[in-house]
Design a protein around this ligand. Structure first.
Ligand SMILES: [Zn+2]
Length: 159
């Protein structure tokens, strides 16, 4: 694929280990733009938009935040969340102004035992850039996996 100087610069930043340990691309050899395109197609095929996904992730993070370190029942049956804070902040590699608290939210499906974790920066990158990180990256989010955990077969419990 033909790269613009801007795409080349983006790839360098995402592969560098300066912003996060291991970089944002992990062992993925694809160009970041390719990763983004393929993940968005996959997500669309699952019937969820990046906006819907980011909104669900943000709601769960906001729910878990006040009860740091404890599991909280969500508004859905069979889905609980927990949030943990770490020292420091993360910055968007695109780059964007602003810093993201090093908070990690974990969602667990009580019915299947499946778990998935994300940082506040993951929410921003999915929402603004359609970027789920490269395969092998510490915070790579598989579209199929997160949709399965946060959407599939869930009913609002009305709590
Ligand atoms: Zn950004």
């Amino acid at each position: 694929m033909k790269q613009s100087p801007r795409d080349k610069k983006l790839e360098e930043v995402l592969r560098s280990t300066r912003l996060v340990a291991g970089g944002f691309m992990g062992t993925d050899t694809r160009h970041p733009i390719e990763v983004i395109e393929q993940d968005i197609v996959e997500l669309e095929n699952l019937g969820v938009t990046t906006a819907q996904l980011a909104q669900r992730m943000r709601e769960l993070t906001e729910l878990a935040k006040p009860r740091l370190g404890n599991w909280i029942d969500s508004a859905f049956d069979n889905l609980r969340v927990k949030s943990e804070d770490f020292k420091g902040a993360l910055v968007c590699p695109w780059p964007h102004a602003g810093r993201f608290d090093k908070r990690i939210t974990t969602a667990e499906r009580i019915d299947t035992g499946q778990k998935i974790s994300w940082s506040d920066l993951n929410i921003h990158m999915i929402e603004q850039h359609g970027f789920f990180e490269g395969r092998g990256a510490f915070f790579r989010i598989e579209p199929a996996e997160i949709v399965q955990i946060l959407f599939e077969g869930l009913t609002e419990s009305g709590k």
